[in-house]
Design a protein around this ligand. Structure first.
Ligand code: ATP
Length: 798
């Protein structure tokens, strides 16, 4: 006891020794009062049951010193017992001294008080239940259930009748068994099994005992009995027993039988120990289970619990009804032209079938036997000429079908509205991590893919062919499906106009560097920093995944949600991050390798940790889409491009040059190329969606990426006093006072721009006040206090 009290002393606050001692003394005093009081109560209660009749008359005579009570604790005992037992809870009141004594012991021994409240709550539940149960079953013995038990029964029976009260009591019992004793069918089954096993082993030991006696006799008769039985030395025991048995001139005793008999009783004992180990093993996972039981699974969306997903009415129908109007004449006309053209080249057709899509119709041809496929493929231009239509694409043969496809644009194309694809069952019921509804295929099916599986997307197309609309469709899809806690966007928009609308959802969905004012990046220098910062984020995330022993973000978040990862170890819910870069060519032209290297790194490694890249470019030339980038972007979209070479650069196949523009696109993820009409979402619609989201309660700030202030910080390290910033001294003071070397701190405190703060921090490094750049961490401050700083400045003046 004393040991425990001593142990806790140094562990808690060593500085406040005096006050701690005092409180410890108080605890001991209070604890002993509780214990003694509980003893007094216990004896009063017990003796009340024998003396209550005698003491009945003096209850009102408490002040009269001539009157005496028969209770062991005299008048005090009689009165307090009358109060608790007769007017209170009956025999269940005995739990009160029990609870008091436990509390007293906890205080006395200075134990942790964590479980005490729980014990009191359960104690009261027991008191009430027992009191009602006894009031119900032993109505003729009012001292068992007390007045509370009687009155509660009376009250409950008025409303629920006897059967109702009985059922309520039963429920109370089940509640106690399940919640307190953790009863479950498996527990009961394992308990029965356990009992059965121990009974069996008891039986075996009892049978073996009788034969053991037989063995013992010869042992005594033998030479000496010095062998110490050891659980680990069965082998040694057996031969010694064998010897002794041989010595005991009894021929009928057979060795194997005795061996079994000696060893057997020990085996079940070992088996029982193993069971205990299994129970211990269950403990760690049960901590997480218990946490989940008590608080439910971790819900990352809770902080913005009232967040409402955008409604469908924010999107326009664009004059479409969702179904395509079929122009029979046009179909017939095109069919005839195709048949005739092929006939001119002596190609017979066995069968022809048309599938009408929103912008193009696919004519599937089964040529007559003996026709060479390459012959039809070469007639692409001739067929286009005879149909007098642009954008004819011949797919020979259609993969997996054995037919030849000729795609002919419809005279009147139907716009595929974003609304129709968002509303589609396929999108609504998509159980994907990052579902994207691109549009509709040639057979008018909604085309939904998972960005998380792509895992990065490359979009290319000549100007005005629908790239920006495509990007908006991607972002809109995610906004309609994902909560702000689940996905964050990093948007790069050198054109400064395409993605500005998303500024409104900065504090919901965007991520940015800690010191940048704008969340949407338009300046290439900042893009370099952001992409590098994402690389740091990637490394940090990999570190977390490693610690959690999982392979990807999905598993990690699942583990975190089921409370198996402790936030105190740095674990947190990780949202997906989608980096969208519009005009990638422009970025590569200005920033070159500086941006290409981190992007290639992200493209290669970021898939598992939930960072996905979407890159859009007008110029799909090889110096923009380099081999390394291409290799890591298996999912590619081509809008219409101007040349076959461009098409090859993007898709590794021609065809994109034959598209008709306005959102007509080819999608590939590996081998198959799918023609899709991109869903159309107009600027006002995007504005409405961002407005809708932006007007809701948001996080205090945009999602913060790790700090990265660029390599330029290390370049100008000459300590030229005359070139120092006017705010240099103020900044130095801020840094030294806060003992934290970060540009964002200077920015905030001195209200400076990012670039200027960055310059000052470089100058501070050159002056030896702060240390070098350390990635995501703040720089080290070399000057401990203001006096030391003052000294540095004074020395510089000399
Ligand atoms: N899916 C679509 N359905 C119907 N029309 C579309 C679709 N996509 C684009 N368009 C039409 O094409 C026009 C140009 O599209 P968009 O602005 O997306 O081109 P872009 O490729 O981004 O051009 P730039 O590279 O010059 O920015 C749009 O204003 C719209 O009228």
């Amino acid at each position: 006891m004393a040991k425990k009290a001593k142990k806790t002393k140094p562990a808690s606050t060593p500085k406040k020794k005096a006050t701690f001692k005092l409180s410890q003394q108080n605890k001991i005093l209070l604890g002993s009062i509780f214990i003694l009081f509980s003893i007094a109560l216990f004896f009063s209660f017990i003796s009340f049951y024998f003396t209550w009749q005698d003491d009945q008359s003096m209850l009102s005579e408490f002040a009269n010193r001539n009157e005496k009570a028969s209770n062991l604790l005299n008048k005090f005992g009689a009165n307090i017992s009358h109060f608790f037992i007769y007017k209170g809870f009956g025999i269940a009141s005995l739990i009160i001294p029990f609870l008091l004594s436990i509390t007293g012991l906890y205080l006395f021994l200075g134990l942790e008080k964590k479980g005490i409240l729980k014990k009191w709550i359960w104690g009261f539940i027991f008191i009430i239940w027992i009191s009602i149960a006894l009031g119900f079953f032993a109505i003729k013995q009012p001292l068992l259930g007390g007045l509370v038990g009687y009155e509660m029964n009376d009250f409950l029976q008025d409303y629920a009748g006897k059967i109702g009260v009985l059922l309520l009591l039963l429920f109370g019992l089940i509640f106690i068994l399940v919640r307190l004793f953790k009863f479950s069918p498996e527990n009961i089954a394992s308990y029965i099994k356990h009992k059965k096993q121990s009974l069996e082993s008891d039986f075996k030991t009892s049978t073996s005992k009788s034969s053991k006696e037989e063995v013992v006799v010869p042992l005594d008769k033998g030479e000496k009995n010095t062998v110490i039985p050891d659980a680990y030395t069965h082998k040694e025991e057996i031969p010694s027993i064998k010897k002794e048995i041989k010595l005991s001139d009894d021929f009928e005793v057979t060795v194997p039988e005795e061996e079994k008999e000696v060893i057997k009783p020990e085996v079940p004992e070992v088996a029982m120990e193993v069971e205990k180990v299994v129970e211990e093993n269950e403990e760690p996972s049960s901590i997480a289970k218990k946490l989940v039981e008590d608080f439910g699974e971790f819900d990352p969306t809770l902080e913005l619990g009232n967040y409402k997903f955008p409604i469908l009415d924010l999107l326009d129908k664009h004059g479409t009804t969702g179904s395509i109007t079929i122009n029979q004449e046009e179909l017939e006309e095109n069919k005839n032209k195709i048949v005739e053209t092929l006939k001119n080249y002596k190609i017979g057709i066995a069968q022809i079938k048309a599938t009408i899509g929103p912008t193009v119709t696919l004519y599937e041809i089964v040529p007559e036997a003996g026709v060479r496929i390459s012959k039809i493929k070469n007639l692409e231009d001739d067929i286009a000429l005879s149909l007098a239509a642009l954008g004819i694409r011949i797919i020979a043969p259609i993969p997996g079908k054995g037919t030849i496809g000729i795609e002919v644009p419809n005279k009147n194309s139907t716009i595929v509205s974003m609304r129709s694809v968002i509303a589609s069952k396929k999108f609504q019921e998509a159980e994907m991590e990052l579902p994207i509804a691109f549009g509709k295929t040639i057979s008018n099916e909604t085309f939904v893919v998972d960005l998380a599986k792509m895992p990065h997307l490359l979009m290319a197309g000549a100007t005005g062919q629908g790239k920006s609309v495509g990007l908006n469709a991607v972002l809109t899809s995610l906004l309609y499906k994902k909560h702000p806690a689940e996905v964050k966007f990093v948007l790069v928009d050198p054109k400064k106009v395409e993605l500005t609308l998303f500024n409104k959802i900065e504090r919901h969905f965007l991520a940015k560097l800690p010191d940048s004012a704008e969340a949407i990046l338009t300046d290439n220098a900042k893009v370099i920093n952001t992409v590098n910062s994402l690389c740091i984020e990637m490394d940090d995330r990999y570190e977390l995944l490693k610690k959690a022993m999982v392979r990807n973000l999905k598993e990690y978040n699942h583990k975190f949600k089921s409370r198996k990862l402790n936030p105190e170890d740095g674990h947190k819910f990780l949202p997906y991050i989608v980096l969208v870069i519009d005009e990638f060519a422009d970025l590569i032209m200005t920033a070159g390798k500086e941006v290409e290297t981190p992007i290639a790194r992200l493209a290669q490694l970021a898939r598992a940790i939930g960072i996905h890249l979407i890159i859009a470019t007008q110029r799909p030339s090889v110096n923009v889409i380099t081999g390394i980038i291409k290799a890591n972007f298996p999912a590619r979209i081509a809008f219409r491009v101007t040349s076959k070479i461009d098409s090859r650069t993007i898709l590794d196949a021609s065809g994109a040059d034959q598209l008709i523009g306005r959102g007509d696109m080819l999608y590939t993820q590996g081998n198959d190329v799918t023609r899709i009409q991109c869903a159309f979402v107009d600027t006002p619609e995007v504005e409405k969606i961002t407005e809708y989201i932006g007007s809701q309660r948001a996080y205090p700030e945009a999602h913060e990426l790790p700090e990265y202030s660029g390599e330029e910080s290390g370049t100008s390290l000459d300590n030229n006093i005359s070139e120092r910033d006017a705010m240099f001294r103020d900044a130095a003071e801020v840094i030294v006072i806060a003992q934290q070397g970060s540009a964002s701190l200077i920015q905030r405190k001195l209200k400076l721009g990012y670039n200027r703060a960055g310059r000052i921090i470089d100058q501070l490094e050159a002056a030896g006040i702060v240390g070098p750049f350390e990635g995501s961490k703040a720089r080290q401050v070399y000057v401990p206090d203001m006096i030391a700083l003052e000294e540095i400045f004074n020395n510089e003046k000399k």
